[in-house]
Ligand binder design. Structure first.
Ligand SMILES: O=c1ccn([C@@H]2O[C@H](COP(=O)(O)O)[C@@H](O)[C@H]2O)c(=O)[nH]1
Length: 306
């Protein structure tokens, strides 16, 4: 079952983080673009191949220390069929390296269309889980559950997103609490249908790292859901901010960082240590730093609670 596999991978790597493969062509090292453009031209094919070369470097450098990667489809979709091809090739490459693969596709549509999305992603052998948008209602989530069970896949449902604008709709008060609390109640109900041996569900929630207080409420509302937590690093959230997403066993959450890890070689912190040729080593150093910071913050929280 997806949840057992993910929790075991987090435990064995002692690392509750996921690296986001959100490649922006302008931030990819020049040497990679030169190679790819020379071979394929400075066009969507050349760009897609540059992205694939870049992703492979990152994956080779981090696969032994992180449990999973999250691939944001928008950065591939933008390059049409060539980009889409690289999206699935990246998923395959990561999977073959033993990583779990979360496809961040944020789908949401009426039930019979959702069934097609489910087939496209949850029935793909290289994808372990996807993100979905529940704001069209519970009936639009139901079609994915069959594939979650049948193919042992995972689902992360948007509950409280990391962006500032999430307040305008998700924090609206209703007679039964905020909108996001209502969505959390729905996720909790659904997640209880698919619990693994370790007590966690394969149906989890997306909870932004940028909302410390909301995370506390949500952790209580969805005790068996694994939280996928974006917003760490580039969006400003810190290791202390994410601790409320974890349960009393310091499990039950996986924190994503995309730009800050994959383009670490360009950052203030690492730019004098690594050249562009060493972009992948820089990513590894950044993710190890992130692991250390989060694990320390979790330990500190445990000691304070004792
Ligand atoms: O609430 C959400 C849900 C998803 N995301 C995704 O996470 C990454 C964040 O990238 P960073 O570079 O680490 O900021 C990106 O793929 C988003 O689509 C999110 O940010 N917030």
């Amino acid at each position: 079952m997806f949840s057992d596999k993910l929790i075991n991978a987090i435990k064995s790597k002692n690392n509750p983080t996921v690296v986001g493969l959100d490649p922006r062509i302008e931030s990819i090292p020049e040497f990679i673009k030169e190679i790819a453009f020379k071979k394929y031209g400075n066009n969507v094919k050349g760009i897609s191949e540059a992205i694939y070369y870049f992703n492979r470097g990152i994956i080779d450098s981090i696969f032994d220390v992180v449990p999973a990667v999250k691939i944001q489809v928008a950065f591939y979709e933008v390059y049409g069929p060539d980009g889409f091809d690289i999206f699935f090739k990246t998923a395959k490459y990561a999977k073959e390296k033993g990583l779990m693969v979360i496809a961040d596709v944020k789908r949401g549509d009426i039930a019979d269309v959702a069934e097609m999305y489910s087939k496209a992603y949850l029935q793909n052998e290289y994808i372990d889980a996807i993100t979905v948008n529940p704001y069209m209602g519970e009936d639009t989530i139901t079609p994915y559950i069959h594939d979650v069970i049948e193919h042992e896949k995972g689902l992360f449902i948007l509950v409280k997103t990391s962006n500032k604008g999430s307040y305008t709709i998700q924090n609206l008060e209703t007679e039964n609490g905020t909108v996001y609390e209502n969505v959390a109640n729905m996720v909790n109900k659904i997640s209880n249908l698919v619990k693994g041996k370790l007590g966690y569900s394969s149906i989890g929630a997306v909870v932004g790292a940028t909302h410390r207080e909301e995370a506390k409420i949500l952790r209580e509302k969805m005790p068996s859901a694994i939280f996928l937590v974006p917003g760490y690093g580039a969006q400003g959230a810190t290791a202390e901010d994410v601790t409320n997403c974890f349960d009393e066993n310091n499990l039950g959450a996986i924190v994503n960082s995309s730009r800050k890890v994959i383009f670490a070689y360009k950052s203030q912190y690492w730019k004098d240590v690594y050249s562009e040729y060493e972009y992948a080593q820089a990513a590894r150093s950044e993710v190890l730093l992130m692991r250390g910071m989060i694990n320390n913050a979790l330990l500190k929280r445990k000691y304070i609670a004792c």
